[in-house]
Design a protein around this ligand. Structure first.
Ligand code: FAD
Length: 476
């Protein structure tokens, strides 16, 4: 997120000086690291959580279309950066991976049909394929079909132009680029305090974690792009806009295989249906991943719980985040999300064999010895005050900005890194409203879809998909 914001600012306002403070020895080692997330270019091509069934049985495409619109903004920005040489050859960070949905059982098949009907005429979802034929599914990806009971009722959809993104590599490239334009990147530096000065600027206390003395830094604008560390820093800042917000940490694990025989039989990201109570981002999926030029398969995530807000922080994060103003909403969330608590306990208790069983629902021939368990990144879901319910758990992201626009931060997870560009454009619009007019021509030059709605203009949608696919060397 910070790398994207830095990249945008360094192009829109090259005379501004940018400093980045990162507590770890390298950038992109938390959520954005390739193996800490699933690398799905979230465009709602296959993720059912963006199109839940309404209580009356209807299915609306609105949320899926909006996620896809946001992903197109990121794609257009990455394509622009590739075209000017600011990002390297695209295969280093983005690759084609067909996006599929796979469901079993009559009710799920009926739902999938409704989803297809709602999406089939949407310009951003061209060539959506649907089948209930196991042989066809075997052509799309053999691992799903091999040794599956032919009597089982199954259905699948596919859009071949889906993507796998190495967000860790992308983050590093973006930071390298902004550093070449004068930004200072300080690793092993932890921001420990944020204080508003009388003149409206911010004073940051920064601790050098490998020796050196703490230093104080002044800034006119601060973006708290600290992932799971953002809530604590925003609370430190004392801005009233953070009141009522809390964080609910969900940890995760993936199964991974690099066995070339298996990797060769699966080139897709296949999303299934979430279990009852499962948070939407814990939908199981079997994915092709391309990281550092090597292809692997990933399955998961298996959710879990630790009170840490970052993979590399401590168990004090959750208790230390509790304030008088967020205690009520947090308790309400705890009381009203029994299904989620039950689901997380079940996931925590699941042993290796239970995890393999979940994988075998996708890949009946999966053998334990081929798969290793890896720890994914931490997600800190947003809990916030709600006038009607007292407190709600939110699965998206939330931009928090101070009233005077001198500070902003990002809470939450999904759809996350895929939508970093539109989220950071939102930060710019909220914090620098008086500059947006001046920046607009440059923004339109970099991101042709900026300020437009591609889904309501089929010709523009088609052109955007084709042009970005060409520049990013992806399947159109
Ligand atoms: C299991 C899992 C699967 C996911 N799958 C996907 C996916 O398929 N597609 C997708 O688009 N998104 C996915 N996401 C979400 C995505 O990973 C995140 O939205 C994105 O990486 C967040 O980026 P960020 O810059 O906000 O946070 P991070 O990448 O976590 O970066 C925050 C940085 O701030 C540093 N930091 C924290 N506190 C301080 C401090 N006090 N001082 C200095 N530095 C500090 C941290 O060390 C870290 O490097 C997934 C996330 C998880 C956990």
């Amino acid at each position: 997120m910070s790398a994207t914001l830095g990249s945008l600012i360094s192009r829109l306002q090259p005379d501004w000086s940018i400093r980045v403070y990162e507590r770890l020895g390298e950038v992109a080692q938390e959520s954005s690291n390739a193996w800490n997330n699933a690398g799905t270019g979230h465009a709602a091509l296959c993720e059912l959580n963006y199109m839940p069934e309404n209580p009356d049985g209807s299915v609306s495409a609105a949320k899926a279309v909006s996620i896809n619109e946001q992903f197109q903004i990121s794609r257009q920005y990455w394509a622009y950066l590739v075209s000017i040489g600011a990002l390297p050859e695209p295969h280093n960070f983005i690759n084609t991976a067909p996006h599929m949905t796979f469901v079993r059982g009559k009710a799920n098949i009926e739902y999938l049909k409704k989803r297809v009907a709602a999406l089939k005429d949407q310009p951003l979802f061209p060539d959506l394929e649907y089948t209930e034929d196991l042989e066809r599914i075997a052509e799309w990806t053999p691992l799903l079909a091999k040794k599956r009971n032919p009597k089982q009722k199954v259905a699948a959809t596919r859009i071949v132009s889906g993507t796998d993104v190495d967000f860790g590599a992308l983050t590093k490239y973006l930071f390298t680029d902004i550093a070449a334009h004068g930004a200072e990147i300080h690793t092993n530096h932890q921001v420990t305090r944020l204080k508003r000065q009388k003149d409206g600027t911010w004073r940051l206390r920064v601790k050098h974690l490998v020796g050196g003395t703490p230093k104080e830094v002044n800034a006119r604008f601060v973006f708290v792009g600290a992932g799971g560390g953002a809530l604590a820093l925003l609370q430190h800042s004392g801005i009233s806009e953070i009141k009522g917000f809390g964080g609910f940490p969900i940890s995760g694990q993936f199964l991974r295989t690099t066995n070339p025989k298996l990797v060769a039989q699966h080139q897709a990201k296949v999303y299934g249906k979430a279990a009852v109570g499962a948070p939407p981002m814990s939908v199981p999926h079997l994915d092709t991943r391309v990281v550092d030029g090597e292809t692997a398969l990933l399955f998961g995530p298996y959710a879990g719980f630790t009170p840490k807000f970052l993979k590399t922080s401590t168990w004090f994060d959750l208790p230390f985040s509790i304030r008088l103003h967020n205690l009520g909403p947090m308790l309400q969330v705890g009381l009203k999300n029994f299904d989620l608590v039950k689901y997380l306990v079940g996931e925590l208790m699941a042993n290796r064999e239970k995890k393999m069983q979940a994988l075998r629902e996708f890949m009946p021939t999966a053998k334990t010895e081929d798969w290793e368990l890896i720890t994914a990144g931490q997600r800190v879901q947003v809990m916030k005050k709600d006038p009607e319910k007292g407190g709600i758990l939110q699965f998206g992201t939330e931009v928090i900005t101070g009233a005077d626009g001198t500070i902003a931060g990002l809470l939450g997870a999904s759809p996350g890194a895929s939508t970093a560009a539109p989220i950071m454009l939102d930060v710019l619009a909220r914090c620098f409203p008086d500059r947006m007019g001046e920046w607009e021509p440059k923004l339109r030059d970099m991101i042709p879809g900026y300020g437009t709605t591609l889904s309501s203009d089929p010709a523009a949608a088609e052109a955007s998909l084709a042009e970005t696919a060409k520049t990013l060397q992806l399947q159109a």
